[in-house]
Design a protein around this ligand. Structure first.
Ligand SMILES: Cc1cc2nc3c(=O)[nH]c(=O)nc-3n(C[C@H](O)[C@H](O)[C@H](O)COP(=O)(O)O)c2cc1C
Length: 188
């Protein structure tokens, strides 16, 4: 796929087919992340590939998070929990992305940007391989329970997102972007 085609046609994919994602394709996409630009060569990204047990556990955390906000009756709560868990488990592959924290605010800001570059590389590479991806920054991912589950020490690393991968079931239409003239200006 031509680079500009990949940039223009890439979409955030939220609905996936049940077709399993081969390990080597997932690894090829993550490999592309490793080659992202990063100031000072900090390589601040870490990728945590969730296995079956961790997927179940993260789905349960999503259920817990949802139920905290409701006063629905027990039957409704049971359904809400089941739906919340099923939503996460419908993602064929889940990879958590973290950013190492060094304690220097300026470097941490650069490092967060570098991790975002890595995620973009990963999503474009996945797209080129026929895979869809969604970057999720949903609130439940930064709960203490999620840090504990992933074995991430919040003093040393920050969870930046969960990446959901799979073969696209639905490719949404592109959302309109502001024209370049509106978001740029040429200075004298
Ligand atoms: C930092 C970041 C966090 C995001 N978090 C979410 C999210 O939690 N849920 C979601 O549906 N999409 C999320 N997205 C994807 C955007 O919603 C998506 O890129 C945007 O709607 C444009 O659609 P497109 O990617 O198909 O062009 C996130 C994107 C970024 C850059």
């Amino acid at each position: 796929m031509n680079l500009f085609d990949a940039i223009h046609t890439r979409r955030t994919i939220k609905e996936f087919t049940a077709q399993p994602v081969p390990d080597d394709l997932l690894m090829q996409a993550l490999e592309a992340g490793r080659w992202a630009q990063n100031h000072r060569m900090t390589e601040p990204w870490r990728f945590l590939i969730l296995g079956p047990q961790s997927r179940q556990a993260i789905a349960a955390i999503n259920g817990d998070a949802l139920l905290e906000k409701t006063r629905a009756d027990a039957e409704t709560q049971a359904k809400m929990r089941a739906d919340a868990e099923a939503k996460i488990l419908s993602k064929p592959r889940i990879v958590a992305v973290t950013c190492c924290l060094c304690g220097d605010k300026e470097v941490e800001q650069e490092d967060y940007a570098a991790v975002a570059c890595a995620v973009q590389n990963i999503q474009l590479a996945a797209w080129g391989l026929g895979l869809g991806m969604q970057w999720s920054s949903s609130g439940f991912i930064t709960r203490p329970a999620t840090y504990q589950l992933l074995g991430v020490d919040p003093a040393r690393e920050m969870i930046v997102g969960l990446l959901y991968f799979g073969y696209p079931a639905v490719v949404p239409a592109p959302k309109p972007r502001k024209p370049l003239a509106e978001v740029s200006r040429t200075l004298p």
